[in-house]
Design a protein around this ligand. Structure first.
Ligand code: NI
Length: 180
């Protein structure tokens, strides 16, 4: 990851702030922040990142699902910049799945998320967009949206749900892969 833009980790109060809407999506400083988010999420082997994780309380997130050592089964997508997201609709159907977070190093937990979400947002060029995401990408969106509200996945853990260290999680998914 970029040394001059460290990812904040849990305990930092800046992760607990509600982020502000972007006023000017074409502001050069905002565009620079977007470049840094895109570079950082890739370097850190994340599948998404939100501006407050770098200490910028602005409503910008990146969805960047792709298989990597931290998420071997993640689907491929071109990294997508989402500015000022508005969740228009969610499915009643929930899905429980494993999550981690670049701001919560070394931990995985099972979290319930809506299976499908419909979202309106501005793209990097400031154009209004509307999209439906399902499954893992919908999960990543909901996780990143939480960051914009100052919320972390560890706030959503069911008391009955399992929490694993990163190494225990990796051992489990690799043994599951061998079963399949
Ligand atoms: Ni996160």
């Amino acid at each position: 990851m970029l040394e001059e833009y460290p990812i904040l980790t849990v305990g930092d109060p800046r992760l607990r702030v509600r982020s502000q809407p972007v006023i000017d999506s074409q502001d050069p400083e905002l565009q620079r922040l977007i470049d840094i988010l895109l570079e950082t999420v890739q370097a850190a082997e994340g599948v998404g990142i939100a501006a407050p994780q770098l200490g910028y309380p602005q409503r910008v997130l990146v969805l960047a699902s792709r298989p990597n050592p931290r998420y071997p089964q993640a689907p491929w997508m071109d990294p997508l910049v989402v500015i000022n997201p508005q969740t228009l609709a969610v499915s009643d159907q929930l899905a429980r799945g494993w999550e981690g977070c670049l701001s919560v190093p070394g931990q995985r937990g099972e979290v319930d998320r809506h299976h499908q979400v419909e979202v309106a947002y501005l793209d990097r060029q400031g154009q209004p967009q509307r999209q439906v995401w399902q499954g893992f990408v919908a999960r990543v969106y909901q996780h990143e949206l939480d960051h914009l509200e100052g919320r972390l996945f560890i706030d959503r853990l069911d008391p009955e749900a399992e929490v694993l260290s990163e190494s225990a999680y990796q051992a489990r998914i690799h043994s599951e892969e061998e079963v399949c």
